[in-house]
Ligand binder design. Structure first.
Ligand SMILES: [Fe+2]
Ligand SMILES: [Fe+2]
Length: 249
């Protein structure tokens, strides 16, 4: 478990190494404010058992009030039913996915606790703090939301900022780290047009840390700025389409 913030009854924690085997590395983030917790992008069944045990040392299951799914991918929602069964938490996800995620098997009594986030985002109280749901559509999913924690000023960026490969939890050498992000963003992010719209939006926020769902954290305003500048200038997705469309030999 790593800490991103711990002050005045408010904590931002994450788990970096609960995935194993063929499953892609993923971070599970938790916001705790005065005994109330929000779990972000909790992941699949293999992670579920370990994460549940880890969380129990932080808050009782009754303290887990909110689940957040940035989008509909299996590394995020596969264990949604488990979390809804053992807690009374409300799950928040883009309204585009509320009728698709039940295909993972959500029990009837729990399905009403899955709340659709409007395309424009929204706000939510967590303990005495507040988070904002930010629109981040097409980064990479068509219904994609990020979370900004108003207390710690951490932006949870989901798959944006993801790196696959390196095992460290915090970025120290940005240039070296960018090499691990490039291929992922070029193939999973559909268009830089969405990235540029995102960059315009988040430059209006006071951000101390960018915390992605895969790979390492960008801590401090300088590192945050470097990431935004880097990702904004990256060509990706449909801009590289011609390279993809070749008849195999
Ligand atoms: Fe994804
Ligand atoms: Fe992901």
């Amino acid at each position: 478990m790593h800490k991103l913030y711990d002050r005045d009854g408010h904590q931002n924690l994450f788990f970096h190494d609960l995935c194993e085997g063929a499953a892609v590395q993923a971070n599970q983030h938790v916001i705790v404010d005065h005994g109330e917790a929000m779990l972000l992008d909790p992941g699949g069944h293999k992670v579920y058992t370990k994460l549940f045990a880890e969380l129990a040392s932080l808050v009782p299951p009754s303290g887990l009030k909110h689940l957040f799914f940035s989008h509909q991918d299996p590394d995020i929602v596969a264990a949604a039913n488990g979390w809804l069964m053992v807690t009374e938490a409300t799950a928040h996800v883009s309204k585009l996915w509320t009728r698709f995620i039940p295909h993972f098997g959500i029990d009837a009594f729990a399905v009403d606790r899955m709340i659709g986030i409007e395309d424009g985002g929204g706000k939510l109280a967590v303990g005495s703090g507040q988070v904002k749901f930010l629109p981040a559509h097409f980064l990479h999913s068509s219904g994609n939301i990020q979370v900004y924690d108003c207390v710690s000023k951490i932006l949870y960026s989901g798959d944006l900022g993801a790196a696959v490969g390196p095992e460290y939890a915090f970025v120290e050498d940005f240039e070296a780290h960018a090499r691990h992000m490039r291929g992922f963003h070029q193939r999973y992010m559909p268009t830089s047009r969405a990235i540029r719209a995102w960059a315009r939006m988040v430059r209006g926020l006071d951000i101390e840390t960018i915390a992605p769902q895969h790979g390492a954290m960008f801590v401090g305003k300088e590192m945050v700025g470097r990431f935004i500048d880097w990702v904004e200038s990256l060509e990706c997705g449909i801009e590289l389409l011609e390279e993809l469309y070749q008849v195999p030999d």
